[in-house]
Write a protein that binds this ligand. Structure first.
Ligand code: CP
Ligand code: NVA
Length: 301
């Protein structure tokens, strides 16, 4: 594994290896044990979109590993003035040990990897959010003791989270049941991947059908970053796609809830369900730190 660009590129063995390493990372933090596996290493964090968790977890993670992270806002750097990705990739490769990037196009992340010579990590694109899904899988495994055989249900927009959850979930042996309205389906490349798992994958427009007997119910915002102009149309399209008490009633009685955050209460999830499952949701947020440290150690170590 040279880069971490999307879960379609990562094998089942690599996902489990990263999850095991993430658990070790978490243990080090809990025990207050020094673990400077990336002493002297530097990571650029390029942001073309907002972030709370991704920035905090990568910056803290690099510090805890004995390295250093540089926050680079696209708009304040030459990236925002149109310097070609090929050149940014080559400049950064001369000075740094790795790049994390949050941007719009998946192709920009792939180009950084192609033209640079250092590992590139996808911190979210319109297409995927692989680091988040590693944290989700880690959290589900902590709470349920396993992943294989469990049913993951995703309700809402067929967006970056849906794309990564489908691929990640199927790769680790979960059943993945997705409910999206017409016109908001997951990416065709993800649907083609899921078609290889006819016994494990369901795509429906009926949330209750997707949530039936689920072990974990997951949702995400209806309007992702960059889609603000579509907000009104999206609110109408997703009106019936809320994670609420009625939906949770058809899931397993001990079903957990995951949300990558930020959450929009009374839209994709009710305050009631969110607060009832807040411990699981904030475990998921914390696990961003541990899961990404595993990715960093694997790629930069
Ligand atoms: N879940 C997530 O990626 O959060 P941020 O947008 O705050 O980084
Ligand atoms: N789908 C959301 C995830 C935010 C972490 C977005 O892309 O804005």
């Amino acid at each position: 594994m040279k880069h971490f660009l999307k879960l379609l590129d990562v094998t089942t063995e690599e996902i489990y290896e990263l999850l095991d390493l993430a658990a070790v990372m978490k243990q080090y933090v809990k025990e207050g044990k020094e673990h400077h596996f990336l002493k002297g290493k530097t990571l650029a964090m390029i942001f073309e979109k907002n972030s709370t968790r991704t920035r905090i977890s990568f910056e803290t993670g690099m510090y805890q590993l004995g390295g250093h992270a540089l926050f680079i806002s696209a708009k304040d750097s030459q990236i925002g003035r149109g310097e070609p990705t090929q050149d940014t990739a080559r400049v950064m490769s001369r000075m740094l040990d790795g790049i994390m990037i949050r941007t719009f196009e998946q192709s920009e992340v792939e180009d950084l990897a192609k033209y640079g010579s250092i590992p590139v990590i996808n911190g979210l694109t319109d297409f995927s959010h692989p680091c988040q899904v590693m944290a989700d899988l880690m959290t589900i495994r902590e709470h349920k003791g396993k992943l294989e055989g469990l049913t993951m249900c995703y309700i809402g927009d067929g967006n970056n989270m849906a794309n990564s959850l489908i691929v990640g979930g199927l790769k680790v042996g979960m059943h993945v049941h997705v409910a999206c309205p017409e016109g908001y389906h997951p990416d065709p490349s993800v649907m083609a991947f899921a078609a290889q798992y006819p016994d494990h994958f369901i795509l429906t427009d009926k949330p209750m059908e997707a949530a039936k007997d689920a072990d974990v119910v997951i949702t995400d915002c209806w309007t992702s970053m960059g889609q603000e102009d579509e907000k009104k149309a999206r609110e109408a399209a997703f009106a019936g796609y809320q994670v609420n008490k009625e939906l949770m009633a058809v899931a397993k009685p001990d079903a957990m809830v995951q949300h990558c955050l930020p959450a929009y209460r009374e839209q994709e999830i009710t305050t009631e369900v969110f607060e009832e499952h807040a411990d699981e949701i904030f475990d998921e947020a914390e696990n961003r730190l541990h899961a990404q440290k595993a990715v960093l150690v694997k790629l930069l170590g």
